[in-house]
Write a new protein. Structure first.
Length: 125
């Protein structure tokens, strides 16, 4: 996997000259407590959810976003997350897109090397 990531970065820089924006947005859910999965499924989940993120950026900032994956986690887990977030809700995809667009815009031209935490105050608790 690491060699694939390195190739992806090299190919991107070769094609575009630089990487100005990176949106690290991948995920896979095994329902909590689903111990009936095999090791291959478990490893794939770890590779997608953890290893890919680490290999690409070595950091993760946004909180849960109301995507199809998040919805599949079930209402109980979603509600638990909402209650642990000061804004008492999950983010909508458009809210993260707005933050990403800001960082990619000329209005953010002097911002560099920052991780913008878009988490509804979750890290403040």
């Amino acid at each position: 996997m690491e060699s694939e990531v390195k190739k992806l970065v090299q190919d991107t820089i070769k094609s575009y000259g630089t990487i100005d924006i990176l949106i690290n947005n991948a995920g896979k859910i095994i329902r909590p407590g689903d111990w009936n999965c095999n090791e291959s499924v478990w490893q794939k989940t770890i590779d997608v959810n953890l290893k890919s993120m680490w290999l690409v950026t070595k950091a993760v900032a946004p909180s849960n976003v109301m995507t199809d994956m998040t919805k599949s986690a079930g209402e109980e887990l979603i509600e638990k997350f909402k209650q642990s977030t000061p804004l008492k809700r999950t983010a909508e995809p458009e809210e993260l897109a707005s933050a990403i667009l800001f960082l990619a815009s000329d209005e953010a031209s002097y911002i560099t090397g920052e991780v913008l935490v878009v988490d509804g105050g979750y890290t403040l608790k």
